[in-house]
Every structure is written in structure tokens, then in C-alpha cells.
Design a protein around this ligand. Structure first.
Ligand code: DGY
Length: 326
């Protein structure tokens, strides 16, 4: 008998077909996000699940799904998992690191450029038929090359953004992180470690790449926005909840900072209504890792994680490897 698994959201048909060869698969190619009750019901009798950020795996769900042995998230972020509860329940948790690092760093830089150079704001103006003549200060934005970048969260993606900034755009790079990088990595990224207040005070552009947790909730709120330069920009490609979106909307309305670029939102896919009203913000629907090649690599890695554990007792990218030693 093949083990049973749930693929909780739509994935590439070729990856689904691979899983169907070795598992009895309950899938959701219609891609309707399940409620917690529906997820619990769909997981009955399942040994594994392939999830995305939209499925919450917590102790209540685990208690109701005693057959579950592994949940493979198709994302590097895993704030939808209660990893401690999964470990206690003996359920392996996996994510998809590395395969999306450079693609996501590309997007972080794209959002920084679009924000600083007012790309979408000016496009909306043009599409609305409001462009009647060239003028000297039309959509004059902030300089990117040679300016100072502040990266909050210097993991793999943060380092990718820092390298692009330092080597490609001659930017001075400041960073703040839970722990300081070793001298070799700092040299590669040409990045200088500073405290958060210094970074906020000195950076022309701030990019957030910090994982979401109770500790990182509202890393940027009204107080932090008040410390930034009035000409500065802020980019969030990390997670909704890292920024207090209401405070940010107010800071943008008041021109407390110049502009923001957001790929993630508190309560997404809902977006704070005040953010939708301000012109000086670039808004994208959580697409930082979305190239065909990278999303395919993420889906494949999540599928490999399921196959490795359920069929061979091996792991690739475990978040709680202690489960495998029990
Ligand atoms: C991730 O991998 O965490 C991205 O946010 C994609 O969802």
C-alpha cells in the first residue's frame, strides 16, 4: 500500500505526477485555501502533507491528525509551523532554503529600485493619461547607486541583497542581525555591522529580510519610522507583521519617509486600506521568489522532502532534525 499524503495547494502538474507515482495523493489543484477545519479533515489518515504559508500546523491540528509524520513547506519561511509542537508530536518539518536565495534577492533589489525611482507611481500617472509634458522634477526620486543601504536580517537572502548593493551599485552596506557575521562573510558582502538605531538613522534605503517570530513582530513601527531619514525608503520582502502597516501608511501619508516597497502584508492577502490610498508605495502580491525556475525548484524540494522521509527515512532540509534521531 502506498502511503497517503495531502498536497494542500495547487502545484506544478509534473511534480504532482511524481508524487502520484509513489503516494496515494489527495490534491487541491483547484487551489482553494482550506479553513483549519477543512485542513484537519483532509489530513485524516495522511502520513505527509505538502503545504505553503497558508496552512497553519499547530498543536491542535497535530493532536487531531495522529498519522501525520512529515509536513513539507514549499517556502523558506515557516511561521505557519509551530515547530516545537511538531517536534513533540514526532512530525518532521521541512522548508525550502537555498533554492530561492538569489531569485528573492533579485526581487528585493527590484523592489528597492522601483521604490526609490518611483517606477509604479509614474506608470500609473502615464496610464491615467496625465502625462502632458516633460518637466525637470517630474517623479524625481532617490539615488540608489552610491547611497547607503541598511539590511535588517542578514541571512542568505540579506547577504544576496548586500552583495548586489556593494558590488553592483557601489553602495555602502550597513546591516543589523541577531548575530554578527564572520569576518569572511562581512568582507564578501562589504557590510558593516551596526545597531538597529544607527542603521535606521544612517541608511538611505532600508530592506527587511528578517524571519517572522514573536520577537520580530513590528520590527518597524512608528518609533522606528521616526528614526529614519525623511528621504529614506523602506522595503519589506520578509513577512507581514514585521512592519506595523498602519504606522507605515501614516508615515507615508505624512511624508515621514519618502516611499516604501512591500511584497508582504499583515493579514495578507488583505492589504491595509490606507496603504492602498497612498501613492508613494509599491505593492506586490508576495512574489519575491516567483520565477518559474525557482518555484519549480521549491516544489521539487518540498516533494523530495516528503519522498525522502516517507519512503527512505532520509531528510534533506529538516527544521527539526531531532525527530529523525528518535
Ligand atoms: C518563502 O519562501 O518563505 C516565500 O515567502 C514564499 O512564500
Amino acid at each position: 500500500m502506498k502511503p497517503s499524503i495531502l498536497v494542500a495547494r495547487a502545484i506544478f502538474p509534473e511534480v504532482l505526477a511524481q508524487l502520484q507515482q509513489v503516494f496515494d495523493v489527495d490534491h487541491n489543484q483547484a487551489d482553494r485555501v482550506m479553513s483549519p477545519d477543512e485542513l484537519r479533515a483532509s489530513l485524516q489518515g495522511k502520513a505527509g502533507a505538502l503545504t505553503t504559508g497558508s496552512e497553519r500546523i499547530d498543536s491542535a491540528l497535530l493532536a487531531a491528525c495522529p498519522d501525520l509524520r512529515v509536513v513539507a513547506n514549499m517556502a523558506v519561511g515557516y511561521n505557519n509551523f509551530d515547530v516545537d509542537a511538531m517536534t513533540k508530536a514526532g512530525v518532521l518539518a521541512t522548508n525550502t532554503p537555498d533554492v530561492l536565495t538569489e531569485t528573492t534577492a533579485d526581487f528585493g533589489f527590484a523592489l528597492l529600485m522601483a521604490t526609490a525611482r518611483r517606477v509604479t507611481e509614474s506608470e500609473h500617472y502615464l496610464r491615467a493619461g496625465r502625462w502632458t509634458q516633460w518637466s525637470y522634477d517630474m517623479f524625481a526620486g532617490a539615488e540608489v547607486h552610491g547611497s547607503t543601504l541598511g539590511v535588517i536580517g542578514m541571512g542568505r537572502i540579506g547577504q544576496g541583497i548586500a552583495r548586489r548593493a556593494a558590488h553592483g551599485f557601489g553602495m555602502q552596506v550597513l546591516y543589523h542581525n541577531r548575530s554578527r557575521l564572520g569576518p569572511e562573510l562581512e568582507a564578501q558582502c562589504k557590510a558593516r555591522y551596526v545597531d538597529k538605531a544607527t542603521l535606521l538613522r544612517e541608511a538611505d534605503h532600508v530592506v527587511l529580510v528578517v524571519p517572522y517570530s514573536a520577537q520580530s513582530h513590528h520590527t518597524i513601527g512608528a518609533q522606528e519610522l521616526a528614526q529614519m531619514k525623511p528621504t529614506a525608503t523602506l522595503v519589506n520582502i520578509a513577512r507581514g507583521g514585521i512592519v506595523d502597516d498602519a504606522a507605515l501608511a501614516k508615515a507615508l501619508q505624512d511624508r515621514r519617509i519618502a516611499a516604501a516597497g512591500l511584497d508582504v502584508f499583515e493579514g495578507e492577502p488583505n492589504v491595509h486600506p490606507e496603504l492602498l490610498k497612498v501613492p508613494n508605495v509599491v505593492l506586490t502580491p508576495h512574489i519575491a521568489s516567483a520565477t518559474v525556475k525557482t518555484r519549480m525548484a521549491m516544489a521539487q524540494l518540498a516533494a523530495d522532502n516528503l519522498m525522502d522521509w516517507l519512503l527512505h527515512g532520509r531528510t534533506r532540509t529538516p527544521l527539526n532534525p531531532e525527530v529523525c534521531r528518535d
